[in-house]
Design a protein around this ligand. Sequence first.
Ligand SMILES: Cc1cc2nc3c(=O)[nH]c(=O)nc-3n(C[C@H](O)[C@H](O)[C@H](O)COP(=O)(O)OP(=O)(O)OC[C@H]3O[C@@H](n4cnc5c(N)ncnc54)[C@H](O)[C@@H]3O)c2cc1C
Length: 525
Amino acid sequence: MAGRYDAIIVGGGHNGLVTAAYLARAGKNVVVLERREMLGGCAVTEELWPGYRVSTGAYLISLLQDRIVRELELERFGYQVLPKDPAFFSAYPDGRHLFFWQDEKKTLAEIAKFSPRDAEAFPKYEAYLERLAMVVELLLLVTPPELPPKKPADFIEYLKLLSRFRHLGPREITGLVKIFTQSAADFLDEWFESPEIKVTLATDGVIGANGGPRSAGTAYILMHHCMGGVAGKRGLWGFVKGGMGAVSEAIAASARSHGAEIRTNAPVKRFLVRGGRAYGVELENGEQLTAQIVASNLDPKLTFLKLLDAADLDPEFRASIEHFRVEGTSLKMNLALDGLPDFLALPGTPGPQHGATMHLCPSIDYVEKAWDDAKYGRPSHNPLLEMTCPTIYDPALAPAGKHIMGIFLQYAPYTLRDAHWDDLREPYGDRILEVISQYAPNMREIVRHRQVLSPLDLERRFGISGGNIFHGEMALDQMFVLRPVAGWARYRTPIEGLYLCGSGAHPGGGVMGAPGYNAAREILK
Ligand SMILES: Cc1cc2nc3c(=O)[nH]c(=O)nc-3n(C[C@H](O)[C@H](O)[C@H](O)COP(=O)(O)OP(=O)(O)OC[C@H]3O[C@@H](n4cnc5c(N)ncnc54)[C@H](O)[C@@H]3O)c2cc1C
């Protein structure tokens, strides 16, 4: 029997849940339909092995918009951030190490070990990046204007947008133009001389990116990762108590408190469309639900190419979605550990290094070479590794005395040359442990369980096309008025009543909630 709602949200990722919560708050009768047995999409906590509760996808929080946390009362529903300090620990093959702390004085002393000049430049660099990030942040909760502008009202929107930048000086304007177009390496070269400092800062520019630190556009991704903050401190990242699933569960609880119905194990097969208008969905089990509004939390490829009939879309629009780039290059390895890695560069366990994001990538050249492998269809022989141990802050995630480690790796291309991830997954997992062992020789001994999620596995597990962690490359030609495609960046789609509310819409990926929030605002209009 067909159920009837005001709005159906397809996908229970954190963005879909944010849309549902705002619509329910506005008095709409809402249902969320999630394919998996759990909510959260890429932001989940899964008990992979008995007693080990793992953030299998996203693992750190910073970008989630304060306004959403406040308005949806997420803290009341259990959301709690455990700020990460030290922020970074880098171990270098020559035996040196570097920490970035929340205490600036301590960080400057660390940087001075590598270059006193860089220590002097660092506070100015941070202030500069913060000024630029604050400007771009103004655009996160904004609906992009129409491209190309058609009506007088569209031109007014552009003027309003420009007026947000009126207080900027020439240095900031030039800085903004450059940061949108430059590579992370070029951007950092203007500030620093030490390869160790530069690469530690450059990692933010290549996480999730389809490019190396010398690829144009990576400077923007670097800034994208500096746009949030936790515990009132800009740029700070933290762990979520209970794992990343606790964010999604808090949003879901908030939505339910306003009457939203949320269903798991409810995969949607197709959107129902009549005369160019969406009127509901059909589930895999044949059940049909109807509503005036259907919002898709799925990425643009799944939304338009899988859940809609080709006949329902203009061929030109369909072609532009086919060209939307979604090839992922990230791999996640989740480990259950009997102990902690004992680094040659800073022996001893536990130590402050284990509470940091631990970087293994000695220089920009190293990362660029890692990207070179991926460009030609091979996972990096010497990859960039970013490792975190949430159990240092939240021991309840593992049995007493045990730890969880999340390893985020660049670069593992979705499309392999002459190989298949189903054959390469485990041998490559061995290679990752071999690389870590060069820095922490006890690594292999302490691994009790492991899960390797190649981009193909990320696609299968989380339902993200190409395994792209952002639902589509965050490149200049796929952002803001161009996300996902020109003319359709305002959460609406060519199908009337069908909206996009996931990371494939502005402002893109990350556990940010912004696309879900913006979509809800547009729907309520
Ligand atoms: C390995 C990894 C690490 C990451 N690390 C971080 C991090 O540390 N910090 C950070 O901020 N960001 C991180 N990200 C990025 C971030 O997690 C994502 O960009 C964001 O969570 C996407 O949220 P979303 O709600 O837009 O979409 P998703 O989370 O992808 O949600 C979409 C939902 O739709 C569901 N779905 C798909 N098909 C159907 C269907 N047919 N019917 C019903 N439901 C369906 C999916 O199961 C999923 O639940 C990471 C991502 C990954 C994969």
